[in-house]
Design a protein around this ligand. Structure first.
Ligand SMILES: [Zn+2]
Length: 297
């Protein structure tokens, strides 16, 4: 049996053919047509047809950056891909390709991937955080993906951590995403007189050279990440918090200060029963998770 996992990003659609055990057999990409639904659907169908020339696809899972209603399966809002707003992508795509389709929030798909065949294998209650341009998250509770009453649970990135902070991409003030993301690190660099540090990778390279400004940026970001982890520990008492996304290429540079801050902030017993670790599926977590959601539906 083969499943297609699709990870829709603001500029690129990544798709991978995944086998029964969660291994990516082959992957391809296509450009995202963010403003034209018909073009978006035809590009996506084309990508799927390409795979079908060499494989039989049993089901398709799609990770979407946005809020999906769990009962109607309608995408409420997708800020980076406006043509998907108020669309039932599951139904529209299935009509075109005649294969069962399941859609899920992209970070929820990533959480499921890590739970089924990544760092979270064997976990009972885990939180997945993904730190890139933005901040995504998904929850596995009692060994199940937890989406809440209508599908909008687990939006840790849009919980408030700085009530008098800066405006978030969601329009509100001081969300976690405004202080823990590559964009937040770049803003911090600019405010510390390093406007040339335009990516988190550049800041990490400066850190590796021993630059004290870069160290301060990682410590500040890790401080907020630690507070966020401590809050999650005290709310959910998970056995694991798994952190992925592009910024985590820096590994312990971010993880160490976060763990120290979480140790200071969380209940001791909640901290002691939780491990904070790096994702093992890396950039494939979304693809694998979406495919496994299609397998397990
Ligand atoms: Zn927000």
């Amino acid at each position: 049996m083969h499943y297609l996992g699709v990870d829709i990003g603001g500029t690129t659609i990544k798709a991978g053919l995944v086998n029964e055990t969660g291994r990516v057999v082959e992957s391809r990409t296509a450009a995202t047509a963010a403003d034209d639904l018909n073009l978006f659907l035809s590009k996506l169908s084309e990508l799927i047809t390409d795979f079908q020339t060499s494989y039989t696809i049993d089901a398709i899972g799609v990770g979407v950056p946005g809020l999906l209603h769990s009962k109607t399966h309608v995408i409420e809002v997708s800020p980076n891909i406006p043509c998907l707003d108020h669309v039932n992508l599951e139904e529209k795509l299935a009509d075109q390709v005649h294969i069962p389709v399941v859609t899920q929030n992209d970070a929820n798909a990533g959480a499921y991937g890590e739970f089924v065949c990544g760092a979270g294998a064997g976990s009972e209650n885990m939180v997945y955080l993904t730190i890139g341009t933005g901040f995504g998250s998904g929850l596995i509770l009692n060994r199940k993906l937890f989406v809440g009453t209508t599908g909008y649970a687990g939006e840790v990135g849009h919980t408030v951590i700085e009530p008098y902070g800066v405006r978030c991409s969601c329009g509100r003030i001081g969300c976690v995403e405004t202080v823990i993301s590559s964009a937040a690190m770049v803003n911090l660099a600019r405010s510390r007189g390093k406007p040339e540090w335009v990516t988190s990778k550049i800041i990490f390279e400066a850190l590796q050279r021993g630059d004290p400004e870069a160290r301060a940026i990682f410590e500040k970001t890790g401080y907020y990440l630690g507070i966020t982890c401590a809050n999650l520990m005290n709310i959910l008492n998970p056995d694991m918090i798994i952190i992925g996304g592009g910024v985590m290429a820096s590994g312990s540079a971010l993880l160490d200060p976060a763990i120290e801050e979480a140790r200071r902030r969380a209940f001791r017993s909640a901290f002691d029963s939780c491990r904070i670790v790096q994702s093992t599926l890396g950039r494939n977590s979304g693809i694998i998770g979406a495919a496994m959601l299609a397998r397990d539906r």
